[in-house]
Design a protein around this ligand. Structure first.
Ligand code: SF4
Ligand code: SF4
Length: 220
C-alpha cells in the first residue's frame, strides 16, 4: 500500500513547459489535449498596490491530483474510474462508456474525452514507468528539478527528483541520470505554511505545492 503523489517546488519552477511536453510524448496524448498544464499565476504586486517592477509571478503545473476521496470515482456509473491500492486514480478503458460524468465532476477540469476512442483520459502518474522503478515522465524531465515523486506516507523529504547530486568533475551525464535525488537534498528550507494544495471541495487532492515568500493564489 502507498499513497503516490507529486510535490512541485514552485520557487524552482521556471515555467518551461518541459513537463507538459514530456508527458504528451510519453503518453501519446492527442493534439489539443493535455494531462499536465502549466498555468502562469500573476503578475501580482509584491506589496499592496505596488506596480512594475515590484511584482511577481509563479507557474503552477496542474494535472490530476489523484485525490484521496475523488468525486470522479463516485459518479462513474460503470466502475471504470477507480481508486487503486497505491493511491492513484485510474481509468479502466474497457469499462468506460464515454459519458463524461467524471469530467464534469472533477473540480480541476483535468479529464477530457478522447474523441477517437470515445473514452475519458487523464494523467495516470505514468503507472507504466513507476511499475519499473522509474519516475513519472514529468518529474524525470523537469530541467529545474522542481518536481518530485513519492509516497506521502514516507514524507515529502523522501520524494525523488531527476538525477543524483554529484559535483565531482568526472560525473558523466548518464551516471547522474541513472539515479535520483531527493527533495530533502535539493529543496531550500520550507515550513508547513509553505505547503499548499489546490482547493479541496471534499475530494482531498494528494498533490502538494511548495511556495515560499509569496502569496499562494491557488484558492482563487
Ligand atoms: Fe478525479 Fe479530478 Fe481528483 Fe483526478 S483531480 S482524482 S480526475 S477529481
Ligand atoms: Fe516547471 Fe519543471 Fe514543468 Fe519546467 S518542467 S514547467 S520547470 S515543473
Amino acid at each position: 500500500m502507498a499513497r503516490y503523489a507529486i510535490v512541485t517546488d514552485l520557487n524552482r519552477c521556471v515555467g518551461c513547459l518541459g513537463c507538459s511536453v514530456a508527458c504528451k510524448v510519453a503518453n501519446n496524448v492527442p493534439i489539443g489535449s493535455f494531462w499536465n498544464k502549466v498555468l502562469r499565476i500573476g503578475p501580482y504586486g509584491i506589496h499592496e498596490g505596488s506596480v512594475f517592477p515590484d511584482v511577481y509571478t509563479y507557474f503552477l503545473p496542474v494535472s490530476c491530483q489523484h485525490c484521496e476521496d475523488p468525486e470522479c470515482v463516485k459518479v462513474c456509473p460503470t466502475g471504470a474510474s477507480q481508486k487503486m491500492p497505491d493511491g492513484t486514480v485510474q481509468i479502466d478503458k474497457s469499462k468506460c462508456i464515454g459519458c463524461q460524468f467524471c469530467a464534469m465532476s472533477c473540480p480541476y477540469g483535468v479529464r477530457y474525452l478522447n474523441e477517437e476512442e470515445r473514452v475519458v483520459e487523464k494523467c495516470t502518474l505514468c503507472e507504466q514507468k513507476v511499475a519499473q522503478g522509474e519516475l513519472p515522465q514529468c518529474v524525470a524531465q523537469c530541467g529545474a528539478r522542481a518536481r518530485f515523486f513519492g509516497d506521502l506516507d514516507e514524507g515529502l523529504e523522501s520524494f525523488k527528483g531527476a538525477g543524483k547530486i554529484d559535483h565531482s568533475a568526472d560525473a558523466s551525464y548518464e551516471a547522474v541520470l541513472s539515479e535520483f535525488c531527493t527533495l530533502g537534498e535539493i529543496a531550500k528550507p520550507f515550513s508547513e505554511e509553505d505547503v499548499h494544495h489546490l482547493p479541496d471541495v471534499g475530494n482531498g487532492p494528494s498533490f502538494s505545492y511548495i511556495l515560499r515568500n509569496r502569496d499562494w493564489k491557488g484558492d482563487e
